[in-house]
Ligand binder design. Structure first.
Ligand code: ATP
Length: 960
């Protein structure tokens, strides 16, 4: 019976290939899969949509994405800028100036407000754009049929009618009706709140009005496939999905405040307070010296404005966002902005082996059966034309017959397998799709003459237990071949049923492949010369020895076994009493760039740790090749050993070894926690469904862009687009540069502000001390202060954010995330530089004042400006001299310096000077100002020489 739901229509006639049925989307569960298929796709079941139809539908339904309501539009950004505390204080200051009748000052403060709001707006807008671009990239890929071929497409491109594959680890990308479900379990907490996964089916459900949680033949956008696999038909996309209805966003790059941002926010407020206090003090001093109230209020306001670091929020936002973009160029996609900063303080990188440290280009090189070893060092069919290989797959061509004993191994490896061999769209060359380990088995089978398609038809799969990293094996159940189809099978496989003993009456054959050590424990027989015999101790040790020997040379080794069954509904208990067939050894070479990256890590004080599900000997071999382990007998700790350790012992073990093998994802969590307890900042990689908790727990969870499951990506802070360990190291390097640059900006800004405040407050001191009459109470006029503030905080500060990496950035230990902004000697540095600015400019002003000069104030003004220009140059590196890092390596800064100098000259030599209360300086005096400015450069460079001398022995440096 089929329930015919009523209006409104979701797929009007013209959109469903002329069908006129009207169905509400909620009732897809009540129809047979074929009916839904006919209505929604309007095409034959197997091929999915063709590209042209898919493109049309994409046009009609729009991309499959949720519209984010919380996204920041330009107006919201502008409003946030206008309502920032610092801007409000400035506006109040402008209002007060206006009230006092000081139009010029009010106008200047307003000009500053407008400039900073504009600057902040542009920076934020750019940052938002950068983040939006990152978000787009964070959308997962899905496997859907297009033009009859299983193709990887972005989830954004899915349209109703698409036919797609769901596998453990996928986030369901749209609302779908399941057409096939093999042990498919889906966790629907995102929609129903229920965290226990639901077992799914492909059957029609005829009960009317089923609630969402009971529509077991449907799967909904945003839910997680935790087990099994299935085929599904997309019925709704984007905002028309159930998730779209409740409009919560699950995907994307989260814009959170980084710890440094929070600290800077606090610093900004503290500086504003300090500015207010300094303002009060100067007002008091002025009033005591007999200045007018209005003048002193204005001076106070200007000083407060000078202390407020207006440029700070904009510089921080843009530095982080552009940093994330730079990381993307190096293949690291940042999903959570704080990661940009945390990356800089990573002390340990725990990495998977397969695909991250190695290439994941598996190739079968050894087949080992009952004491016979076949080495496939050269591919038999390396140069075989694609067309011929295709023929072999389909069973129409003949290649070498495989040596008798290995047929069973090849058939089992090819059938207990979810990968596919597919011709490339353009070249026709066969390539594998799916897990590279399984792909390698398919290739080995074909290259040895196995007609894959015919074998698959002859022994159809009727049940399965998917691979999971806990069991480390996979089993598929196959029906006994009908005589008609049996001629695709090698004789040895057919002989299985003919052999005496366990077999003949049982209709099903189960193939199991997986980690040899555990498979052997489930084995009672061996397959030898078309017969099975009870396994004896000698055979066990021979298999164990062969396994170790292959693993010792860095190979991934899989064991293959089979058994007979009389049922298809298989459970893990059926993975027992196995008949062992043989071993398959695969090579997976280390990635060429990783060795250098490991060296870089070690130099940077970062410890690389390998955590793998693979065999301990394979792990050790690869670790040695890459420099993660040095000794030949380096200790490898296995998951089983980890289980026996208590916390204290685990700490000891962690101090001794960098290699963990045969671990399950739960062990990763334990390792992260133990490392963090020791104060380590940990990056952890992961690709599987079960890796999510460890990724979440790690300071930086790193997911694999190519092989990683959606679930692991969702749990991560960063996704490696190339799955490469070297990319993590590159991202760490960028993280350090960003942190350094932010600190440089603060260094420049705070020292400059201390300088200006100290100058204003200390100016009257010598007059009092020497008993001289004080006719001019203020060193700088309000407008002059505001102008200088604009030059330094506004312009020079910006150029700090783009400083390239220092040479030693990866040769010093990571900075601690707990250390304060002014740690590592920066507090002392900004204090003395600030005082230097105040004293240098003050002394010049005092000398000129005493000598009766009329332009003593212009001298102070110009000296402060050039002091800060030279300070900016010297601050580019905190350890190396400007000459060694390359004078012109930050061209942007030179542009800014040119601009600041030009503006400074305009202020002195154009009518602007009247407005600013300045005088045109004679050239010689201008040179004096520049010379005094340069003296600060000399002083900071001298400090660096002293530091370098002190640090030469141990390369530890100040890291700001
Ligand atoms: P890493 O954690 O470094 O990526 P890995 O990929 O080797 O290591 P797993 O994928 O958990 O870790 O694999 C663990 C073991 O399971 C392998 O050593 C292998 O013996 C077995 N194995 C891997 N893939 C399959 C598969 N597709 N079918 C059956 N067994 C497999």
């Amino acid at each position: 019976m089929v329930i015919r739901p009523q209006s409104p229509t979701s797929y009007p006639a013209k959109e469903t290939g002329g069908l006129t049925n009207s169905f509400t989307p909620t009732a897809w569960y009540s129809l047979e899969g074929t009916e839904v298929q006919a209505i929604v796709a309007g095409t034959s079941l197997k091929n999915g949509l063709d590209q042209a139809e898919a493109a049309q539908r994409l046009e009609r339904y729009g991309p499959n994405e949720l519209v984010e309501h919380g996204a920041k539009g330009p107006l919201r950004i502008l409003w946030e800028q206008l309502s920032a505390i610092m801007v409000l204080i400035l506006l109040a200051a402008a209002g007060l100036s206006l009230f006092l009748g000081k139009l010029l000052e009010a106008g200047s403060i307003l000009a500053i407000v407008i400039l900073f709001v504009l600057l902040g707006f542009l920076q934020e807008y750019r940052a938002e754009k950068a983040i939006a671009a990152l978000k787009k990239l964070a959308v997962p890929n899905v496997r859907a049929y297009r033009d009859g071929i299983l193709t990887e497409i972005s989830a954004r491109e899915l349209v109703p009618g698409d036919h797609l594959l769901l596998e453990a680890g996928n986030v369901v990308p749209a609302d779908v009706r399941l057409l096939e479900s093999i042990n498919l379990r889906i966790q629907e907490a995102a929609l129903t709140g229920e965290s226990e996964p639901v077992e799914k089916t492909a059957q029609a459900l005829i009960t009317p009005d089923l609630p969402l949680s009971e529509r077991r033949n449907m799967a909904y956008m945003g839910t997680l496939v935790t087990y099994g696999r299935g085929m599904a038909l997309v019925v709704e996309t984007g905002m028309r999905t159930e998730l779209g209805n409740i409009a919560t966003l699950i995907q994307g790059v989260k814009a959170e405040m980084t710890p440094l941002q929070q600290r800077l926010d606090r610093l900004g407020k503290q500086l504003a307070l300090a500015g207010a206090l300094a303002a009060l003090l100067i007002i008091l001093i002025g009033l005591l010296a007999g200045e007018t109230f209005t003048d002193m209020i204005l001076t106070g306001i200007s000083l407060a404005v000078a202390v407020i670091p207006e440029g700070l929020p904009a510089v921080v936002t843009i530095t982080l966002a552009l940093g994330a973009q730079r990381m993307l160029k190096r293949n690291a996609l940042i999903r959570k902005l704080p990661a940009v900063e945390t990356l800089g303080s990573i002390t340990t990188i725990c990495s998977d082996k397969t695909g991250t440290l190695t290439e994941n280009r598996m190739k079968v090189v050894v087949l080992d059966v009952a004491g016979h070893r076949l080495e496939l060092t050269e591919s038999l069919k390396e140069d075989m034309p694609a067309a011929d290989l295709n023929k072999v797959v389909q069973g129409q061509g003949t290649l070498l017959r495989p040596p008798q004993a290995v047929s069973m191994l090849l058939v089992a490896g090819a059938l207990c397998n979810d990968a596919r061999l597919q011709p490339h769209k353009e070249t026709g060359q066969l390539h594998t799709l799916g897990d590279p380990t399984e792909g390698a088995l398919l290739v080995a089978a074909v290259e040895n003459g196995l007609a894959l398609e015919r074998v698959a038809v002859a022994l159809p799969r009727v049940g399965e237990l998917p691979f999971d990293s806990q069991r480390k094996r996979m089993t598929t159940v196959h029906a006994r071949p009908a005589l008609a189809s049996a001629n695709g099978l090698p004789r040895e496989v057919l002989a299985v049923w003919g052999s005496t003993g366990l077999s003949s009456h049982r209709p099903y054959l189960a193939f199991t492949k997986g980690a040899v050590d555990e498979l052997l424990e489930l084995t009672n027989y061996v397959w030898d010369a078309n017969k099975f015999r009870r396994i004896d101790e000698e055979q066990r040790s021979r298999i164990q020895a062969a396994n170790n020997q292959l693993a010792c040379s860095g190979m991934r080794v899989l064991g293959v076994a089979f058994r007979f069954l009389d049922h298809t509904a298989i459970s893990t208990e059926d993975e027992s009493d196995l008949i062992f067939v043989g071993l398959v050894g695969m090579i997976d070479p280390p990635r060429s760039e990783v060795k250098a990256a490991v060296q870089k890590c070690i130099k940077a004080g970062i410890r690389p740790v390998m955590i793998t599900g693979d065999h301990p000997l394979t792990a050790r071999y690869i670790a040695r090749q890459l420099g993660i382990a040095c000794a030949e007998d380096e200790r490898v700790v296995t998951g089983a050993e980890l289980d026996k350790l208590d916390e204290v012992q685990l700490d000891e073990v962690l101090a001794q070894t960098n290699i963990f093998a045969r671990v399950i994802p739960e062990h990763k969590l334990r390792i992260v926690q133990a490392l963090q307890k020791k104060g380590q900042v940990v990056a952890m990689t992961g690709d599987g469904v079960n890796d999510a908790p460890a990724l979440k727990k790690a300071d930086i969870g790193v997911a694999m862009g190519i092989t990683g499951t959606d679930v692991s990506k969702e749990a991560s802070d960063m996704v490696l687009r190339d799955d490469n360990f070297a990319t993590i190291v590159a991202a760490v390097e960028e993280g350090r540069v960003i942190y350094d640059n932010l600190r440089r900006f603060i260094n420049l800004s705070v020292a400059g502000n201390i300088g200006k405040v100290a100058l204003m407050l200390l100016w009257p001191l010598p007059f009092y001390l020497l008993g001289l009459p004080l006719e001019a109470t203020v060193a700088l006029l309000p407008l002059q202060l505001l102008w200088l503030n604009l030059m330094t905080d506004g312009l020079l500060g910006l150029s700090m954010g783009v400083e390239p990496a220092e040479k030693q950035v990866m040769q010093r230990p990571p900075h601690s995330p707990k250390e304060g902004i002014f740690s590592g000697g920066m507090g002392l540095h900004v204090s003395w530089v600030g005082l230097f600015i105040a004293l240098a400019a003050g002394v010049i002003g005092f000398i000129y004042y005493q000598s009766g000069s009329t332009y003593w104030q212009s001298m102070i003004f110009t000296t402060v400006a050039f002091l800060q220009v030279f300070q900016a140059l010297a601050t580019r590196s905190t350890y190396n001299s400007l000459f060694s890092i390359g004078i012109f390596t930050n061209r942007f800064m030179w542009g800014i310096i040119g601009l600041v100098s030009l503006l400074q000259l305009l202020a002195l030599y154009t009518p602007l000077r009247i407005f600013l209360g300045l005088a045109a300086l004679p050239l010689s005096d201008l040179l004096v100002c520049i010379g005094v400015g340069a003296s600060l450069f000399g002083a900071v460079e001298l400090e660096k020489i002293i530091l370098r001398g002190r640090n030469r022995l141990n390369l530890r440096q100040r890291n700001f």
